[in-house]
Every structure is written in structure tokens, then in C-alpha cells.
Design a protein around this ligand. Structure first.
Ligand SMILES: NC(=O)c1ccc[n+]([C@@H]2O[C@H](COP(=O)([O-])OP(=O)(O)OC[C@H]3O[C@@H](n4cnc5c(N)ncnc54)[C@H](OP(=O)(O)O)[C@@H]3O)[C@@H](O)[C@H]2O)c1
Length: 340
């Protein structure tokens, strides 16, 4: 016996990946529904070798469905997630709406699987921001060994993190550079993204950091340890898929780079690719379609007593969103619903 699963936002970047990953991992599905807005009514989406016809979220009755994987923006989530949850369907949400709610667990299954039992207060589980998800997979095993005091992270985030329209904007601007008359004004981003980098993701907060940067701080504290101090600079780069992060970590205890490499090699969800030679590291282009969080460039930071630097790359649509959500669904099935 399997589960009745709903994918909400099935026509989007994350929703399509959710369907792919549910099929790839042979999630025990008895019945599956693909939902999006009325605009997409009847649009066909793939689920393994099957084709699903998209239904209108607004008209859908969640009664009798086990879990709903949501990948729509926060505004629509605010309207529809409580309806699904109230109907008894557990919501696994990709938006930022519930991540900081004390009654909603925020889960990365490799890091804090035990938090799944907190789902029942609201019947909702939150999925973290893409840049947080891959980073905490790397931080947790190192924290368990040497206790992290402070993290300084700079991100290099692909445009797919802003949805399908942003991918079109990069593509059209890039083409416009070569085809006379095809130049495209920025609409998704405040400045040109093709052949450029933009040090601004999400809105600015009063203290000068952006909300994306704040999310990395708040989510790391909720998922790993509230004692960890973290400061981030989040940057959008002209890459279609795959986020990269340069991470500097200061520990309480000394951790040798070779031991850190061994710890990361053994850690769940991580693949270490760290040869000190040209090409001996992973780039965003290499990680697309993969499940792993890749770690390269592990090295001592000799400017502080207990410091390490590393380079962390993952497919933001997978570990950063859809894969993590499906892993949460697997965890929920295994630990709580126990049907599959
Ligand atoms: N991309 C990432 O790396 C990433 C990572 C973590 C979290 N997230 C979050 O995941 C969510 C989806 O992101 P995305 O990148 O997949 O966006 P996207 O490609 O723009 O897709 C948005 C999806 O939401 C649907 N939708 C929008 N408004 C709706 C409404 N009122 N009713 C029903 N469906 C509606 C769209 O349906 P139509 O096609 O019918 O418009 C589409 O299926 C966002 O909350 C985002 O913040 C994304």
C-alpha cells in the first residue's frame, strides 16, 4: 500500500523536479495529482513514463490525500496550505512562509530528521531555502566533531532559484547580446543578469542585509544549532542551475583539513571531489541533475586558530528544493504515516 500524493505547482521548476524525483526514487505512490493555477489547467507534465494533466488548485479537494508537496509562492501558499492541512493532508512546503514558525518543523533529513515528529501541530513541514539546505548538509558533520562558532559564507546562486521566468530572462538577455534588435530589458532582476553578477537576492532589510542572507542565518540556527553565528553575502550569477558557496568556518576545537575531508566523505548526502589540480573540483554545471552536495577546495584557514575553508556546490532545484522535499516525504512515510 502506498500514498496518495499531491504536487502543487507542478508546472514550475521545483514542481516538475518533484515529479521527476518521486518517480526516480520509486516513492510508493498509489495515486498522484498535479496541480497549478487555473492558467495551466490541462497542461501535461511528466511523472516517470506517465503523463499527468494539471488540475486547478483552487478547485481541488484535499480530503483523503496523504501528503501535498507545495512549490508555489508564499502568497498562494498562505491561502491554500491551511486548506490542505485542515483536510488532513500533510503539507511539505517549499516557500519561506512557515520556515520560522515555532510550530512548524524545518527539516533537512540528513541533519535533523527527528524534527519530523513536530509536524502534527499544524500538519505542515517546511523545506529550507536552497542556499541553506546544501550548506547545512556540510556543516552538520563538522559541527558534531569540532563545534562551529562562526560561519562566513558567500553564495553564487543560479537564476533557476528565482523561477522559470528568471531562466527565460537570462536566456533572452544572452541571445540579445548576439542578435541585433533582440536586447531585453531586465524585468525579473533589477539589473542585467547576463554576463554580470548581482549582489542582491530577495528584499533589503533595515540593517542592510537582504532577506536571503537573513534566511541563511535564521534557518541554520533552527536546523543545526542556535549558537552558530553566521554572516552571508548572497549573489545571483548568470548560471541556469546549480548554486555554489564559498564557506569559511571557525570552530571551537582544532580540525585538521585531512580529518575534515574524511568526515565529509563519510557524511550522508555528500560527495567530496577535492583534487588540488586544474579541474579537480566541482562547478555548478557538473552538479546538475545530481542528488549530492559536492564539497571541494577543503583547506585550513591559517588566519585563525581553528578555521577551514571549503567550496560547496549542489543542484538548487534538487537538494535545494525538490529532492529535500521528497526526502521529507520519505521520512514522514517511514517514521509517521507508515503505509509504504
Ligand atoms: N527554485 C528554487 O531553487 C527554489 C528553492 C527553494 C524553494 N523554492 C520555492 O518554491 C516555490 C516555487 O518555485 P519555482 O522556482 O518552482 O517557481 P516557478 O518555476 O515560477 O513555478 C511556480 C509554480 O507555482 C504555480 N502557481 C503560482 N501561483 C499560483 C496560484 N495562485 N495557484 C496555483 N498555482 C500557482 C505556478 O503555476 P502556473 O504555471 O499555473 O502559473 C507554477 O507551477 C517558491 O515558493 C520558491 O520560493 C524554490
Amino acid at each position: 500500500m502506498g500514498y496518495k500524493v499531491v504536487v502543487v505547482g507542478a508546472t514550475g521548476n521545483v514542481g516538475r523536479e518533484m515529479l521527476n524525483i518521486l518517480a526516480e526514487r520509486q516513492f510508493p505512490v498509489d495515486e498522484i495529482a498535479a496541480l497549478a493555477s487555473r492558467r495551466s489547467l490541462g497542461t501535461e507534465v511528466s511523472f516517470g513514463d506517465k503523463t499527468l494533466t494539471t488540475q486547478d488548485l483552487d478547485q481541488f479537494d484535499f480530503t483523503g490525500w496523504d501528503m501535498a508537496l507545495f512549490a508555489i509562492g508564499s502568497d498562494a501558499t498562505k491561502k491554500y496550505a491551511p486548506i490542505a492541512a485542515k483536510a488532513g493532508c500533510v503539507v511539505i512546503d517549499n516557500s519561506s512562509l512557515y520556515r520560522y514558525d515555532a510550530d512548524v518543523p524545518l527539516i533537512v533529513p540528513e541533519v535533523n530528521p527527528q524534527a519530523v515528529h513536530g509536524y502534527s501541530k499544524k500538519n505542515i513541514i517546511a523545506n529550507p531555502n536552497c542556499s541553506t539546505a546544501q550548506m547545512v548538509v556540510a556543516l552538520k558533520p563538522l559541527h558534531d566533531r569540532a563545534k562551529i562558532k562562526r560561519v562566513v559564507v558567500s553564495t553564487y546562486q543560479s537564476v533557476s532559484g528565482s523561477g522559470k521566468e528568471a531562466m527565460d530572462e537570462l536566456w533572452n538577455q544572452t541571445k540579445g547580446m548576439y542578435v541585433p534588435g533582440q536586447e531585453v530589458e531586465p524585468t525579473v532582476y533589477p539589473k542585467q543578469i547576463a554576463f554580470n553578477v548581482i549582489p542582491h537576492i530577495d528584499v533589503f532589510l533595515d540593517d542592510g542585509q537582504t532577506k536571503e542572507e537573513w534566511k541563511m542565518v535564521a534557518e541554520t540556527k533552527k536546523i543545526v544549532d542556535p549558537a552558530i553565528k553566521l554572516t552571508a553575502t548572497c549573489v545571483r550569477v548568470p548560471v541556469f542551475v546549480g548554486h555554489a558557496e564559498a564557506i569559511n568556518i571557525e570552530f571551537e576545537d582544532f580540525l585538521d583539513e585531512d580529518e575534515a575531508r574524511d568526515i565529509l566523505r563519510e557524511a550522508p548526502g555528500i560527495l567530496v571531489v577535492d583534487k588540488r589540480e586544474p579541474g579537480g573540483y566541482i562547478t555548478p554545471v557538473d552538479c546538475v541533475g545530481d542528488y549530492a552536495t559536492f564539497i571541494s577546495r577543503i583547506r585550513q584557514d591559517s588566519t585563525i586558530d581553528n578555521g577551514l575553508n571549503l567550496w560547496c556546490v549542489s543542484d538548487n532545484l534538487r537538494k535545494g528544493a525538490a529532492l529535500n522535499a521528497v526526502q521529507i516525504a520519505e521520512l514522514l512515510g517511514r517514521e509517521v504515516l507508515k503505509k509504504g
